[in-house]
Write a protein that binds this ligand. Structure first.
Ligand SMILES: NC(=O)c1ccc[n+]([C@@H]2O[C@H](COP(=O)([O-])OP(=O)(O)OC[C@H]3O[C@@H](n4cnc5c(N)ncnc54)[C@H](OP(=O)(O)O)[C@@H]3O)[C@@H](O)[C@H]2O)c1
Length: 404
């Protein structure tokens, strides 16, 4: 089937481009679908938006929430605010790379601390961090920093804490991008010293996206939280750091809410559930005699290339409206069946997050000395599944195909 023909997709997009500005400037603003610039523009025109400067109270489907925007922090103000600070980025994985380069490009004083001669050290050198000037072993970087940005892997944050903790002295700020270590302290043993501000900026995307959106002049959306406010300025510092690392706008959260929703989401619809659903649908098609290409196209290709971008841009109702009447009827009927079947699974998942089971599994696996090899083995198994092998061939036929 082709639930969304090329013609109807084109019509849909045309209609959307006519409709979008009206929707965004009307009272029914839907921030989740708006880019930073659209959000900022719409906020000015929207009577539901209250607040001063870049801080806004927005009505999210009946619940009022505060959103902090980058435009409250012009570059000169940001640089002035951090003029006496050294941002010590500990760890240089995906987030270290994105956040570090963005803060450096924003003209702030940034240094990187990683294991000497590890993979991250090599990558940091490649990105222009200079050993002895802006790149140091972890302990030395913490000693030199005023804001300690702990961007080690979550398992490494726990493993290194006995060495790191005594170096986080009074007057420094401790920063995380995940509530993991602090919230699950019984398992991680990460208990921040009582005399420092402890804050969080969690970008809602990979560090690569943090970097790409910054370079495009846009900015990722992040959540911000304060765990411990010793100076009275922790919240302001968190928001300013959010801007420094490349956020376009930020939502309020707590360490606990951030980690629960994040662990839940990535195990659910963001990754785990998607892989599970794709595979289930594909397998049934194959069992019923459909070819790999047909099964892949009806499961992954049409979803990712045609329908999901429309949901991202304009919402689910819009996507339903843009497809054929036949497709729409079936999708409307089957959605509640999938919902009913999945709610118990999601409830089980949330509980597994809340009671720390997911944390313990993650710490055990990612704390192994062989975690890179063990992970590579599991990912190779996925890569080798028929669905994804078929996908490689389908992708190679796309006009804009670039070999991996
Ligand atoms: N990735 C995301 O999409 C994302 C999004 C939002 C928030 N976060 C959060 O951001 C933080 C960083 O995540 P990430 O994905 O950027 O990093 P990551 O890839 O999980 O971690 C990489 C860093 O940890 C270091 N490391 C690992 N084991 C170590 C050990 N035993 N001792 C010292 N260093 C060790 C690595 O150094 P070597 O190269 O030397 O091994 C590397 O610099 C985490 O709290 C994560 O939850 C991540």
């Amino acid at each position: 089937m082709s639930s969304l023909t090329a013609r109807s997709a084109t019509q849909a997009l045309r209609a959307a481009s006519r409709r979008a500005p009206r929707t965004l400037s009307s009272v029914s603003l839907k921030p989740a679908r708006a880019s930073y610039s659209l959000l900022a523009r719409a906020a000015t025109a929207n009577p539901a938006v209250k607040g001063t400067r870049g801080v806004k109270t927005l009505d999210f489907a009946g619940t009022k929430e505060v959103v902090y925007e980058r435009r409250d922090w012009p570059l000169a103000k940001l640089q002035e605010y951090f003029k006496n600070d050294t941002l010590a980025l500990i760890g240089y994985g995906s987030q270290g790379h994105g956040q570090g380069l963005n803060a450096r490009d924003n003209g702030l004083n940034v240094i990187v601390g990683v294991r000497k001669d590890g993979e991250s050290w090599r990558q940091a050198v490649e990105d222009g961090w200079v050993p002895g000037e802006t790149l140091f072993p972890i302990e030395e970087a913490i000693g030199r920093g005023t804001i300690i940005m702990n961007l080690l892997s979550d398992a490494a944050q726990s493993q290194t804490w006995p060495t790191v903790a005594p170096l986080i002295t009074k007057g420094k700020t401790l920063y995380f991008s995940h509530g993991f270590s602090v919230v699950y302290k019984e398992d991680t043993k990460v208990i921040p010293p009582p005399d420092v501000d402890v804050i969080l900026v969690a970008p809602k995307g990979s560090g690569r996206t943090v970097r790409t959106l910054f370079k495009e002049g846009r900015g990722i959306n992040s959540s911000v939280a304060v765990f411990q406010d010793v100076t009275g300025n922790a919240k302001e510092r968190a928001i300013a750091l959010g801007v420094a690392i490349g956020s376009g706008y930020m939502y309020d959260t707590t360490f606990e809410k951030e980690v629960y929703s994040d662990l839940y989401g990535e195990r659910g619809v963001l990754m785990g559930a998607i892989q599970g659903l794709f595979l289930a649908q594909y397998q049934v098609l194959r069992k019923n005699g459909h070819t790999p290409s047909e099964a892949f196209n009806e499961t992954v290709e049409e979803a990712t290339q045609s329908l999901y971008p429309l949901i991202g841009q304009y919402g689910m109702d819009y996507m339903y409206n843009a497809c054929s009447t036949t497709a729409r009827r079936g999708a409307l009927d089957w959605a509640p069946i999938f919902e009913k079947a999945n709610v118990p699974v999601f409830e089980k998942l949330y509980e597994s997050v809340r009671n720390g089971t997911e944390t313990r599994k993650s710490l055990e696996f990612n704390g192994r000395s062989t975690y890179r090899q063990d992970l590579a083995r599991e990912l190779a198994e996925i890569d080798n599944q028929e669905i994804w092998r078929a996908g490689k061939v389908v992708r190679s036929l796309r006009p804009d195909y670039k070999p991996e």
